[in-house]
Design a protein around this ligand. Structure first.
Ligand code: P1T
Length: 379
């Protein structure tokens, strides 16, 4: 079946007992056993819950995966993956990832004993050079947040396979509607479901999707034993959202492309970062591995003061962290989502104090363009 049909139907969503067209919220922490250890498939909701099972099947289907594992946030999903590693292992990660990912790896995992090197994963040779005999995992964010730098997933998958390294791709920015890393050879896809999959800025959740039996067993064990799993109500909300992912993504993309062209032509804007613009240095790769360019873009103004003026003079865009909801947001990465990354480190990959990031929503695009035009005129 095709994407939108799977998004609506995958996960056996019709309730077998009542015929309810929507998956019920099984708001129960525990399940009655018929004899000691004899269950009807569920014993305790940390290990598994029917609403979560339906969601996990749906999420797996969106990425063309066999298995899905839901976690209580995107970072909890990343933490779940880390439980597959041991002290002394080495991780290579894209330079320029979400600030929270950087903070988790450098401030939580490094003291624990996992060494991470951040490299420009757009440069396959640089990744090869960063691999050591202890390297177990390559974590790639493509496009990166917020610089929209792309990595060639297929080339990295070939490299990882040759070195026995697990390739994990954070596909949050594009959603499974526009990019499917598993089809390009990745081992695991990570999502912050808080973003496009949720789509309405009303839940926090994460997920891992993959097709490997060994990882399925290991990650189900991590969910049960470490416990960072979502509750049934959150699972229901996310199931409700994924049904409309396709139509939302089409509109995010259409609006973002229009906004990107508008900003590109604005004299106050020094640079626009959007893979759908021909000026993007990886426009050709974008066409090759993505089916659309998504709703995220960043742009640079002349200095911090100009960025602050624009960020605080918008009426339709809200100044807030996060992304992927139906409403448009503006973020100042240096002062908000990436504030924990030292200035020198972020400036090395282009994230200056003059940069703003947009999560372009699905409002009427003329209102978005007018809003930006009025704010830019205040500089
Ligand atoms: O917020 P959480 O659901 O834990 O997901 C973390 C995360 C992981 N990966 C990417 C690419 C992300 O962008 C995020 C979260 N990002 C934001 C909150 C933000 O405003 O960029």
């Amino acid at each position: 079946m095709r994407f939108n049909t799977r998004a609506i139907h995958a996960g056996d969503q019709v309730d077998a007992l009542t015929g309810a067209i929507c998956q019920p919220i099984i708001q129960s922490s525990t399940f009655v056993q018929e004899d000691i250890g004899v269950t009807r498939g569920y014993d305790y909701s940390r290990a598994g819950n029917p609403t979560r099972t339906a969601l996990e099947a749906n999420l797996a289907s969106l990425e063309g995966a066999r298995f899905g594992h839901a976690f209580s946030s995107g970072l909890a999903a990343l933490q779940g993956l880390m439980h597959l590693l041991k002290q002394g292992d080495h991780l290579v990660c894209s330079a320029g990832v979400y600030g929270g990912t950087w903070r988790f790896l450098t401030k939580v995992m490094a003291p624990w004993g996992l060494k991470t090197d951040f490299v420009d994963t757009a440069d396959v040779e640089a990744v090869r050079a960063a691999f050591t005999p202890a390297t177990r995992m390559l974590l790639v964010e493509t496009p990166t947040n917020p610089m929209m730098r792309l990595s060639d997933i297929r080339a990295l998958a070939d490299l990882c396979q040759a070195h026995g390294v697990l390739l994990v791709v954070d596909n949050t920015f594009l959603s499974p509607y526009f990019q499917n890393p598993l089809d390009l050879g990745a081992d695991v896809v990570l999502h912050s479901c808080t973003k496009y999959l949720g789509g309405h800025s009303d839940l926090i959740m994460g997920a891992l999707m993959h097709s490997r039996e060994d990882l399925h067993e290991a990650l189900a064990f991590v969910q049960k034993s470490a416990g960072a799993v979502p509750g049934p109500f959150e699972c229901f909300l996310l199931l409700r959202s994924t049904k409309t992912l396709g139509v939302r993504m089409e509109r995010h993309f259409e609006n973002a492309l229009r906004v990107a062209h508008f900003l590109d032509e604005s004299e106050a804007v020094t640079r626009v970062y959007y893979p759908g613009l021909e000026s993007h240095p990886q426009y050709e790769l974008a066409h090759r591995q993505m089916r659309g360019f998504g709703g995220m873009l960043s742009f640079e103004l002349k200095d911090y003061q100009a960025a602050r003026t624009v960020a605080t003079h918008l009426q339709v865009f809200s100044l807030a962290e996060s992304l992927g909801g139906v409403e448009s947001l503006i973020n100042h990465p240096a002062g908000m989502t990436h504030a924990s990354v030292p200035k020198a480190e972020r400036e090395a990959y282009g994230l200056t104090d003059a940069l703003l990031r947009l999560s372009v929503g699905i409002e009427d695009v003329e209102d978005l363009v007018e809003d930006l035009a009025l704010a830019l005129a205040k500089i």
